[in-house]
Design a protein around this ligand. Structure first.
Ligand SMILES: [Zn+2]
Length: 363
């Protein structure tokens, strides 16, 4: 009835056009998590005319959700999120098909759920589910639009193992220990809106696939809304990745115990470190430092840092801090400690001093 009029403002864009709109109508997107990120994802995908949407969420609406989960209102308390979300977005766009999956995602049901969809949007809030989604997506060769938020900071990427790295290339293993439960994690609602909307944009770009679009495959887009600083980190595919280096049949799905919040150390590749933008810190011991180090680096051994974290000062001027050791193990530990203590923009140099020497000697 009003189908052409409904999408007019996007169909007149040359990058979308009638052809892009047809692709949107034919697309099947599974949104996992109908919370802070999932609400804007669902709203914008439904509004844009994505033909089939799946909503996975087994949770019910609590009053403390309403600060960021803007699809729901006060009267929705106690309702299932998947069901309430469907009601709202179906009203927004009656022409699309919406499936609700009000069940907990497990290693047993995930492949069945994935089979009905072409694109997966990870709007979950815990690491255990993120690893499960990643591993199943690599196994089934489906792209994942990944989002994560905490406090004032967000991260978005597109993991598509057919042409780029996966989540485990970035974070190989779940964090060792839980720091706090999800419920105790602070987050500002507007950030969920920003990050979820970026996820919706990335999903639309994947679907329409116009030649002028560049997705976040191989890139981690990060935002710190306190300063409105954004950064894009290149993520390389890791040859020794525990998942995407394997043939699909050998990828075993497993449920991890839920770890809601822990500090995830981001590794940075040597080629992405520009000494002007980074404070570089060597965390090895004195004899190792004496045998050679990165020009311009500061020396703060891990053993010293462990005794007194205050020997570290946060770099100013928007600079990042890159820690390194010999191979990358100790600097990860040091970075974790600093991040846990509340320091920002701390990275660990992938492969350590050895990788640095190799890259630089190759020119
Ligand atoms: Zn991988």
């Amino acid at each position: 009835m009003d189908k052409t009029e409904r999408y007019n403002r996007q169909v007149i864009l040359p990058e979308i056009g009638a052809e892009g709109q047809k692709k949107l109508a034919a697309a099947r997107v599974l949104v996992i998590g109908a919370g802070g990120l999932g609400c804007p994802v669902l709203q914008y995908l439904a509004a844009a005319g994505v033909g089939t949407l799946g909503i996975v969420d087994h949770d019910t609406i609590d009053i403390s959700n309403l600060q960021r989960q803007v699809l729901y209102d006060t009267a929705d308390q106690g309702k299932q999120k998947a069901v309430a979300a469907r009601e709202k977005i179906q009203r927004l766009n009656p022409d699309i098909v919406i499936h609700t999956h009000a069940e907990k995602l497990t290693e047993n049901n995930i492949l069945g759920l994935f089979s009905g969809y072409d694109i997966i949007v990870d709007s979950t809030d815990n690491f255990a589910t993120k690893y499960l989604i990643n591993d199943a997506a690599v196994k089934t060769a489906k792209p994942v639009v990944y989002g994560a938020i905490q406090g004032f900071e967000g991260q978005i990427s597109v993991f598509d193992s057919t042409r780029g790295p996966c989540y485990r290339c970035l974070y190989p293993q779940p964090p060792q220990e839980a720091v706090a439960s999800c419920a105790e994690n602070g987050v500002i609602g507007a950030l969920a809106g920003i990050a979820g909307t970026v996820q919706a944009m990335e999903a639309i770009k994947l679907i329409v696939d116009h030649q002028l679009f560049q997705s976040l495959v191989g890139k981690l887009w990060m935002i710190d809304t306190r300063m409105m600083e954004t950064r894009i980190l290149n993520i390389a595919r890791q040859k020794e990745c525990p998942v995407c280096s394997k043939p699909p049949v050998e990828i075993a799905l497993q449920n991890y115990s839920p770890v809601c919040s822990a500090t995830m150390v981001t590794e940075i590749d040597c080629k992405d470190v520009t000494p002007d933008d980074a404070v570089i810190i060597d965390v090895r011991e004195l004899p190792e430092w004496g045998e050679g180090h990165i020009d311009g680096a500061h020396h703060v051994p891990l053993t010293v840092l462990q005794k007194n974290i205050n020997v570290f000062t946060q770099p100013g001027d928007g600079k990042i801090c890159v820690l390194y050791c010999q191979k990358g193990g100790r600097s990860r530990k040091a970075a974790e400690q600093l991040l846990n203590a509340g320091f920002k923009n701390v990275y660990s140099l992938r492969g350590g001093f050895e990788a640095w020497k190799n890259t630089r000697s190759r020119g």
